[in-house]
Design a protein around this ligand. Sequence first.
Ligand SMILES: Cc1cc2nc3c(=O)[nH]c(=O)nc-3n(C[C@H](O)[C@H](O)[C@H](O)COP(=O)(O)O)c2cc1C
Length: 361
Amino acid sequence: MVDLFKPYRIGELEIRNRFIRSATTSAWSDENGVVRDEIIRYYEELAAGGVGLIIKGHLYIDPRGKAHNGMVGIHDDRVVPRLKELTDVVHRNGGAILAQINYGGYQASAGERMGPSDYAGKGWQARAMKPTEIWDVVEKFGQASERAVQAGFDGVQLHAAHGYLISQFLSKHANTRTDEWGGDLKNRMRLLKEVYLDIRGRLGPDAVIGMKINGDDFSMDGFTVDESAQVCHAMASVGIDMIEVSGGGIGAEDEYRGRGRHTDPALSEPTFGGHCEKIRATTKPKALALVNGFRTKAAMQAVVDRGIADLISMSRPLIREPDLVNRLKEGQEEASCIRCDACHGENAFSKSMLRCRLDNP
Ligand SMILES: Cc1cc2nc3c(=O)[nH]c(=O)nc-3n(C[C@H](O)[C@H](O)[C@H](O)COP(=O)(O)O)c2cc1C
């Protein structure tokens, strides 16, 4: 049985256990994308609660790609000092932290929405990007990664999931281009690969660079687990350090949500356990993490013991219990989060600091 509470190494980065706080936006920056005191205190509390690796809620690399009010920015050197305060409190409390960098694309909240193609799905009205605009985004991701290092992050995670720009390019539902950025999977993954290679060139061979990717985007004609496995294999081959398997964000979630779920009851608690197993069968990145739906220690243990993932990643359970990892270590068997999503609901999101809206645990 693997000891989930022992250190784990992702390339050059050692984390104190096998638990990750998956990227979770606190949606509470000021209007310039700068973190407020409450956010810094929140990260301090999380790190003190024992989680090994924290992935900072997504950060916009360019105001044109900002996805929602209160999203924190990493688009300008002026945001660096406050982010450094945030990474310092995490490190002082024994944690490690990656910056999740993102570009909204069709989901941008301000200005002109653009993405791989002219698109009008899901209420998003967007136009196709010109090749020069795509290269500009590659450059902005690269610049953001350098700021992340200046701000003391232990590396970056590319947001390639949940229907944001990179996952839009990956999905044949969202990407109908006929140039070298669309069409077959090799072309659809070009943006992800170019962004990765640009960042690797800037940060060097030892930097930790990860990605969060959909195992399925839940659209009928979209990104499937087989394609996801091929992309993960290709990205591991060029050296990506950590892959976190997630899903959704583009298609008709409800209709296809059960697609690919693990059939073994011991492994079906995490939504994407079946997807992760298929990805694992085709690729061996330095670290494979699985997110979505974890609640019981038994399921976390089973996923790691069966070799489906190396790392257990959670978001909502750690909103409710920021010290959940310490609690699990001390014998608590399951998270008390019921995934009601009130933390994420209309009445809460970007209106006040992120917190669990149920009674205190
Ligand atoms: C309030 C909130 C904010 C989130 N923000 C992000 C984010 O910034 N980036 C991201 O990749 N996922 C984000 N997510 C999704 C989570 O990282 C995670 O994939 C999802 O909640 C499923 O995991 P869970 O069942 O452990 O909560 C967010 C989720 C919640 C509830």
